[in-house]
Design a protein around this ligand. Structure first.
Ligand code: PLP
Length: 364
């Protein structure tokens, strides 16, 4: 019997990524709070730029992304030559793994780290090594204790998904200083813009040549459907990644929309302010209903229930009312539900429904 083609080592270890569901059978007007999307959508200027760019679809796109990198550089005060753009920040994370890890190497991630990290590590045949967090916060000492001579990459999201928590600059500096210089420290800043005044780790990239920052247009920019992200690193690392990158990885419309979105920082500020207000209101209201959460620095709240059965029952109750939140049992948090901060009506609705659910439990 023929054996057939054999996939590369690691690939059959991959557990398929589960995305936030967006439909409920038999329900028309669902409220989707399962994928940390921006409820206000992208900047109108980005949509207009995308429409204008659609007149040029017969042309190949730019391969060097110079205009987008210039816009990012101007807004963030970074050297455009040290920026790389990709198909979502996922592509930058994958390029990093392809460039710096392979069979026999280890990639460190943390207990509740983003579920793409082990997928990416297995994808290049490397071994994901999970280290504990402390009360749902990334623990620098646990990471350092997990480093061996095989470690090639450390992935941290800051702020983190699905916990919403953050590590301070002092701790991150301690980590960057203590890591061997040949280990790449990836600071995934997918939610960085939700923290007013936070540079996402850019200053650490400037100080340590082995630190890389990744960012996305999928969250605060409201462009998840378009798939654009970027990274900032030393000139040497950017050169390595560009050798691997598909030259036409981003389309004309992606590039045009992302550039206009980056230049519309008023939209970003409005979204950040509205998100902060609604997130704080939601966390406070849920706590009053007996559902606590850690202080979130993102556009979601990780709601903690008494146990897994209660979280499951609440999820079923929300679904029956047309509200979709994210189960996070796969992250080792079966007693939690991750709830994206929606617009005001959605926040009020989900808080009201959880209040009813907890009230019914109390009345027993
Ligand atoms: C922590 C984290 N990193 C990266 C990503 C990927 O974002 P992108 O859409 O840019 O690939 C996400 C998306 O959910 C995320 O939560």
């Amino acid at each position: 019997m023929s054996q057939g083609p054999t996939p590369q080592p690691g690939i059959m270890e991959i557990e398929l990524y589960v995305s936030g569901s967006s439909t409920l059978e038999g329900k028309d007007n669902v409220i989707k709070l399962s994928s940390n999307e921006n409820p206000w959508g992208p900047s109108q200027k980005a949509v207009e730029a995308l429409n204008r760019a659609s007149h040029d679809l017969h042309r190949y796109p730019s391969t060097d992304h110079a205009a987008l990198r210039r816009a990012i550089g101007e807004v963030h005060e970074l050297d455009p030559a040290r920026i790389i753009c990709g198909v979502g920040s996922d592509e930058i994370l994958i390029l990093l793994a392809q460039a710096y890890a392979g069979p026999g190497d280890e990639v460190i991630l943390t207990e509740y780290g983003f579920s793409m990290y082990p997928i990416i590590a297995h994808g290049v045949g490397a071994t994901p090594v999970t280290v504990p967090e402390r009360e749902r916060v990334v623990d620098v000492d646990a990471i350092l204790a997990g480093v061996t001579e095989r470690t090639r990459i450390v992935f941290i999201a800051n702020p983190a998904n699905p916990t919403g928590t953050m590590v301070g600059k002092k701790e991150l500096t301690r980590l960057a200083s203590a890591l061997p210089p040949e280990v790449v420290l990836v600071l995934d800043g997918a939610y960085a813009e939700f923290v007013d005044g936070f540079d996402g780790g850019a200053s650490l990239v400037d100080r340590f040549p082995n630190v890389v920052m990744t960012r996305t247009f999928s969250k605060i920019y409201g462009l998840g459907g378009l798939r654009i992200g970027w990274g900032y690193a030393s000139a040497e690392i950017i050169d390595v990644l560009n050798r691997l990158r598909n030259p036409f990885n981003l389309s004309t419309v992606q590039l045009a929309a992302a550039e206009a979105a980056m230049r519309d920082q008023d939209h970003v500020r409005r979204c950040r302010d509205d998100n902060t207000k609604l997130r704080n209101w939601l966390a406070h209201t849920l706590a009053e209903h007996g559902v606590p959460s850690d202080t979130s620095s993102t556009n979601f709240v990780l709601a903690r229930f008494a146990d897994a059965d209660e979280a499951d029952a609440c999820d079923a109750h929300l679904k029956s009312e047309g509200v979709i939140v994210r189960r996070v049992a796969g992250y080792g948090l079966p007693h939690c539900l991750r709830i994206t901060v929606g617009d005001e009506a959605s926040c009020r609705r989900v808080a009201y429904l959880i209040g009813l659910f907890k009230g019914a439990l109390a009345d027993g």
